[in-house]
Design a protein around this ligand. Structure first.
Ligand SMILES: O=C(O)CCC(=O)C(=O)O
Length: 265
């Protein structure tokens, strides 16, 4: 399986409209890949809180249309990263879109863990409530977004639902780059799954982005990692390695569920 992670530079000097066009043509250039992955909130930038409301789109808005067409032009499965979604009956959501190689919608995932504590995304956006997995011809994807990477129970839920390849679009800041690499490897090792984590480059809203998108195999080996700037990170991997790893080192079978809390003495 060949995957291309498009580590897009999100800088304030470029309009959303021109970034959308630029990213669509980068997706088209990936014809021949099986899966293309974009980062979180690449239209606005994950920290451009003031732009969320202004740039929010309906689910089937401009980014959806342009990305559906780009997926079918390239003939690839496209994880189009996430958009600020305006739900007509509810709040904004940080919503990921996945398209099939014919440009059909294949999945929608609304980010469950919102970042910012008592400000930013945490107050501006609603929380998703559903785990999402998607069966591709050679692997089952499990979807998560950025801050979700810190919550292992979400990933365990995805694995229980059959996920073998965990896809994590992000807008991770440079300041916590060490956590990004460490957590991507931890999620791969503990779940014996591939992790494809695609971040942004550039600086928006005064927050330098980490870049360093990463692909980790089920043994925790880093198959590829990008540098800090805009980059297309392409990697070939064998999805069958998930089953092989889980058979050779069957730690997932030794889980003990439903442990009781310690008794007070
Ligand atoms: O957890 C972190 O350090 C970064 C999370 C983040 O930037 C996000 O979810 O947008």
């Amino acid at each position: 399986m060949r995957a291309s992670l498009l580590q897009i530079a999100v800088d304030a000097g470029e309009s959303v409209e021109s970034r959308r066009r630029r990213v669509a043509s980068l997706v088209r250039e990936q014809a021949g890949a099986d899966l293309v992955v974009l980062p979180e909130l690449w239209t606005t930038g994950a920290f451009a809180y003031e732009d969320f409301g202004r740039e929010a789109e309906p689910l089937e808005g401009p980014t959806y249309e342009v990305m559906a067409k780009a997926a079918s032009d390239a003939g690839v499965w496209l994880h189009a990263g996430s958009i600020p979604e305006r739900d007509p009956d509810g709040p904004l959501y940080n919503t990921s879109l996945l398209f099939s190689p014919s440009g059909e919608p294949a999945a929608v995932y609304r980010k469950i863990h919102r970042f910012g504590f008592d400000k930013g995304e945490a107050v501006l956006m609603g929380a998703g409530t559903e785990l999402v997995t998607v069966r591709l011809p050679s692997t089952t994807l499990g979807l998560a977004t950025c801050y979700d990477l810190r919550f292992p129970e979400l990933f365990r839920g995805l694995v229980d639902a059959g996920a073998e390849t965990l896809v994590v679009p992000a807008g991770w800041p440079e300041r916590r780059r060490a956590h990004w690499t460490l957590l991507a490897q931890a999620r791969a090792v503990e779940n014996q799954a591939f992790v494809l984590a695609c971040g942004t480059a550039g600086t928006h809203a005064g927050v330098p982005q980490a870049g360093h998108s990463i692909v980790v195999d089920p043994w925790g080996e880093v198959l590829a990692q990008a540098g800090p700037g805009e980059e297309v990170l392409t990697v070939e991997f064998d999805p069958a390695k998930v089953t092989a790893t889980r058979e050779q080192f069957p730690a997932l079978k030794d889980r003990v569920l439903g442990l009781e809390a310690p008794r007070r003495r």
